[in-house]
Design a protein around this ligand. Structure first.
Ligand SMILES: [Zn+2]
Length: 429
């Protein structure tokens, strides 16, 4: 029988990683006779979820299991979660198994868990109706992500990530990966792997900064290149094992199109409208501006970590037509959209008033006083009827799509080069 085992909320801010728990459980399940139907799935859920630990990732293990050994496989998975989950630090893990026939009934819940805040009771309803088995600890909040991961729509899982894990004695210590080798690997696999290195900030991106078991992760659009990419990295510590996951990272599926009036907090939205207030730089180097679409006005923020991206935001003018992509956060001053991506759809013509040029010699003229005309700075000619002229100012920004620095990019956001190379996004439901 085909079984989709969802696992979530095994980690805390302090330690562990659900992908590690899933990968260990997968190995134990295989030793009991379960076979992989696919790569394990690393499923990113709503990045704005207030309960998330870090990346809000859940795992699904798609398995072919003989019904006679399902009980053993299930127990092995639960034992793995009990053994590895950080239960003392507030993890509320959930594990659930669904059959193939239940998956269509989970589809809508998956998209909602990526785009909205869903309640535990909604997951419990699906678990009670469709699950083959389920297990939870504490408040069992993990059943939300576990159910969503098991219901993930495969067409949205269009990228891959190789995750290499550290041996236990290295957990919490500095990761020993040679940064130069990361750049070499990035050059060798450009156009296939992505987000390996932030050249704008000179920062390695394959290694996380958390005390979890993950040594490094390499993202790609193809699964078959990942082990080759790994061999190019000079890693000066043992690798316990690695696993290649199929993921919904870098797909933009978290965005929903919204008018300003219907924007809700903790969603990731796309709003099209006009720049309604001049961009302003606030202490810390953050850039804020207002965007209006006729139904309302929303504050849009490009924070300092977004890098050079802010220079584009800063150069927008009132009346420019834009599409802003980002997470909606409730702030004391109202809802704020934290920019992840910006499309400059149409730049308004901007004019400035300048002194006229002399009709005789072509040089600049200077006002001789209000309403008294202009005198040429070159030949001295006075023209009492000359007035200021309106000239179009060259804009310092171009129409197009802009993205934040690699190091500020969230897991679900599609990099621009990938968007360009693969046509439309995977957003269709
Ligand atoms: Zn002149």
């Amino acid at each position: 029988m085909r079984v989709y085992v969802g696992i979530d909320d095994t980690d805390s801010k302090r330690s562990m990683c659900t992908t590690y728990v899933g990968a260990v459980a997968l190995r134990r399940a295989e030793s009991l006779g379960a076979r992989r139907l696919d790569h394990p799935w690393l499923v990113r859920l709503n990045p704005n979820c207030p309960y998330k630990t870090r990346g809000n990732a859940a795992v699904c293990l798609p398995l072919e299991v003989d019904p006679s050994v399902f009980g053993d496989v299930w127990r092995a998975v639960i034992e793995t979660v009990e053994e590895l989950a950080d239960l003392e630090s507030g993890a509320d893990p959930g594990v659930v198994a669904f059959g193939e026939d239940a998956r269509p009934g989970l589809r809508r819940f998956y998209f909602r868990a990526v785009r909205e805040i869903v309640e535990l009771e909604e997951a419990m309803e699906l678990v009670r109706t469709f699950a083959i088995a389920h297990w939870g600890y504490g408040e069992m909040r993990g059943l939300i992500g576990a159910t969503a991961a098991a219901g993930a729509v495969k067409e949205t899982l269009s990228t891959f990530e190789l995750l290499a894990y550290r041996t236990r004695e290295m957990w919490g210590k500095e990761r020993l990966v040679d940064p130069e080798s990361v750049k070499e690997m990035d050059r060798a696999y450009r156009g296939v792997t992505f987000d390996n290195y932030d050249y704008e900030k000179g920062e390695v991106r394959v290694t996380p900064h958390t005390p979890c078991p993950v040594l490094l992760g390499i993202r790609s659009v193809r699964a078959d290149v990942l082990t080759g990419a790994l061999t190019l990295l000079r890693v000066n510590e043992p690798i316990e094992f690695f696993e290649v996951y199929r993921t919904n990272q870098a797909t933009d599926i978290h965005y929903v199109e919204r008018q300003v009036q219907s924007v809700r907090p903790l969603e990731s939205v796309v709003v099209r409208g006009l720049v309604a207030g001049r961009p302003r730089v606030i202490p810390g180097g953050h850039v804020l501006l207002e965007v209006s679409d006729g139904t309302g006005e929303i504050t849009v923020a490009a924070y300092e970590p977004t890098g050079e991206f802010r220079r584009v935001v800063e150069r927008l003018e009132v009346g420019d037509e834009v599409a802003v992509y980002g997470a909606v956060k409730p702030k004391p001053e109202g809802l704020t959209l934290n920019l992840e991506k910006l499309e400059v759809i149409r730049l308004r013509d901007v004019y400035a008033e300048r002194a006229p040029r002399c009709q005789d010699c072509g040089r600049a003229m200077k006002s001789v006083g209000s309403g008294k005309g202009y005198r040429c700075k070159g030949c001295g000619r006075v023209d009492p009827n000359a007035t200021k002229v309106r000239v179009r100012v060259e804009r310092e920004v171009r129409e197009g799509v802009y993205e934040v620095a690699v190091s500020a990019r969230r897991h679900l956001v599609r990099p621009l080069w990938l968007q360009a190379s693969s046509g439309s996004d995977a957003c269709a439901v």
